[in-house]
Design a protein around this ligand. Structure first.
Ligand code: S6P
Length: 609
């Protein structure tokens, strides 16, 4: 349990971002978290403590009875969870021509994939056919690599949804967009709203409805806010649902893979689990059952972060690897392998990382991954995800600067873990383990011989109930692993100097959300106007000293396409704005300072000339 002092500071900080007008007009999901303002200067232990506090905000109750924000435990959120769980139950009882579709972009799409597979597996255990399907913007390749551009297309979203639901008569559509912002999901919700005889749309996100994104969407007549407002009008009649508790700003501003991904997993797993329990074991879906489920996840937070020292040790090792141009490799088993692959893939858009810096591999590769399009390894080396690929392609050149993290549970083949670890240890001593066991079923003592002190082992209390409850244990292991891996990859990039204050300043502006975020960062740190920020961003992006008429008037989609080709766009624009120098001078200045945080700091405090 958190100490009194920690509780106190957490609620004080929460009040700061909860106060009216905090960082207005930014929605909560884009704000900067007061708890993590100095995270860029923290050591591994402090980084993990800050993340622990930020993550704890996911579970914070209503601070004031009349608070402007709903939280996870708020009555209205629990009521909506109950109603949607009842819809799931109804579908599972009579699944003919029914589908439950989970959809999103980036992390939200990856969580959609994970949950759809998990709950289809639970159905298989009950000899039921699959009822779940997932959609991720950009298709299956987006499960493993950053595909930010398709997020901007409402028509693509609607088209994929239509194709997914051909022949279905009753579809529960769950559209996930943490920022209530993705045009891809807006297009899908709009499609559902126009076809309510077949579709019941559920919007999942973490901003209040009035903060849903309101800018025009290129080539589309509505904004996300307008779609949300249409849904609000249908809540009463239960033809649509909105699940949007606020969980507070992310530890790294806008990085919704962290709390956004966590809260998505907690909310959706809770409601789906209860729907399944009702259908398979006739347990009632009531208020208490929902609270119990969320509390179980809150307990996972406490248990995971009780390992703060061990976790900080792994963060330090991973950070050292990245600082020394080494790599971090996750070698996972089953869905924990998927968690590793997801975490690694997100470092590219989040930190502007090289895809080879942090990489995930899983036992069995695509045959275990169970994605719609099957084996994608022909698409390129970043799609090689099997342990075998690690052995063939990575192991030969593995060295002391690399960190290898094994991620497994007591249900996995321990002999397999041992065999792989023996080979890796011949190449680097920097071998770590994250593993989960439960009382009555623990690892052989030789696990300690293999990983020595480099083992982060959590012993869980086993679930008391039936086989479906043992699935719940695995879902908790996944969440615990998500928190640990997010801490490792975020912490390692902070230690590498990729973060300035709590902003990822070197982001790639590959979609309209990131484009706007970049201009917002420039405004925040230089005090420039929106227009000045945008012009500086475009000059840096096209690497020109003067913008042509065509560049200045082109649509954002053209800029976001071009953004893939340029490096250090936002830092360059920042130096230009701050010092008044040319783009080429700014680029030259930045190339002398390889650590982005130091370069930006020097420029903003005018130390570097
Ligand atoms: C965030 C991640 C992004 C988002 C994606 C969808 O850390 O890098 O890929 O998941 O942009 O965001 P949203 O708000 O629609 O869930």
């Amino acid at each position: 349990m958190p100490g009194q002092q920690e509780q106190h500071s957490r609620s004080r900080a929460a009040q700061e971002w909860e106060s009216p007008g905090y960082e207005s007009p930014l929605p909560v999901t884009e704000q900067s978290n007061p708890l993590s303002r100095d995270i860029d200067r923290a050591g591994p232990g402090q980084i993990v403590r800050v993340l622990q506090e930020c993550d704890a905000e996911v579970f914070q109750g209503d601070l004031e009875p009349d608070s402007q924000y709903k939280r996870l435990y708020s009555e209205s959120v629990v009521q909506t969870l109950k109603k949607v769980a009842e819809r799931v139950n109804a579908i599972l009882k009579d699944p003919e021509d029914c589908l439950i579709v989970l959809s999103g972009c980036g992390t939200s799409g990856r969580i959609a994939f994970l949950l759809s597979n998990t709950f289809n597996r639970i159905l298989a255990r009950h000899q039921q056919r699959p009822v779940y399907s997932y959609i991720i913007a950009g298709g299956d390749r987006a499960l493993l690599t950053s595909q930010e551009a398709p997020e901007d297309s409402p028509s693509l979203g609607a088209q994929v949804l239509k194709e997914t639901c051909v022949g279905k008569k009753n579809v529960l559509f769950i559209g996930i967009t943490c920022g209530l912002s993705a045009p891809f999901v807006a297009g899908q919700l709009d499609f559902c709203l126009n076809n309510l005889d077949t579709f019941t749309p559920v919007l999942v996100g973490f901003n209040p409805a009035h903060m849903a994104r309101n800018e025009p969407i290129h080539g589309w007549p509505h904004t996300f806010r307008q779609v949300t407002e249409r849904m609000l009008d249908m809540l009463e009649t239960q033809r649509a649902f909105i699940l949007n508790p606020v969980v507070g700003p992310e530890a790294i501003s806008g990085s919704s893979r962290m709390k956004g991904g966590t809260a998505t997993k907690v909310l959706l797993e809770s409601l789906l689990l209860l729907g399944h329990r009702a259908a398979h074991t006739h347990r009632e879906i009531n208020h208490q059952a929902i609270l119990d489920c969320i509390r179980a996840y809150e307990r996972v937070h406490e248990i995971t972060y009780s390992k703060i020292e061990d976790l900080a040790g792994v963060v330090g090792k991973a950070g050292m690897s990245l600082q020394k141009q080494g790599h971090v490799y996750y070698l996972g088993w089953r869905t924990l392998g998927v968690m590793g692959i997801i975490d690694a893939s997100e470092c590219v858009p989040t930190f502007g990382a090289d895809p080879w810096d942090i990489r995930g591999f899983m036992s069995g590769g695509f045959s275990e991954m169970n994605n719609k399009d099957g084996n994608l390894s022909s698409l390129g080396p970043e799609f090689s995800i099997d342990h075998k690929d690690f052995m063939d392609n990575i192991l030969p050149s593995l060295g002391e600067h690399d960190t290898v993290i094994f991620i497994f549970t007591v249900d996995d083949d321990f002999g397999d873990v041992e065999k792989l670890a023996d080979q890796v240890k011949l190449k680097t001593s920097n071998v770590q383990a994250i593993c989960h066991e439960h009382r009555g079923h623990s690892f052989p003592t030789k696990v300690n011989d293999i990983f020595l002190s480099n083992i982060l082992k959590i012993n869980w209390i086993p679930p008391a109930g039936d086989a479906d409850d043992s699935f719940f244990m695995r879902l908790q292991w996944e969440l615990s692993t998500k928190w640990m891996l997010n801490a490792i990859s975020t912490g390692a990039h902070i230690l590498k100097g990729k973060v300035y204050k709590n902003y990822m300043i070197d982001l790639k502006v590959t979609n309209s959300k990131l484009y706007r975020r970049a201009i917002g960062i420039l405004q925040r740190f230089t005090g420039c106007s929106w227009m000045q920020g945008e012009r500086a961003l475009l000059k840096a992006l096209y690497r020109v000293e003067e913008l042509s008429e065509e560049m200045a008037t082109a649509d954002v989609s053209r800029h976001t396409r071009a953004a893939n080709m340029s490096d250090r766009v936002v830092p360059t624009a920042l130096v230009v704005l701050q010092t008044g120098c040319s783009v080429s001078q700014a680029q030259a200045q930045l190339s002398e300072c390889p650590v982005i945080r130091d370069a930006v700091e020097a420029c903003l405090t005018s130390v570097c000339h």
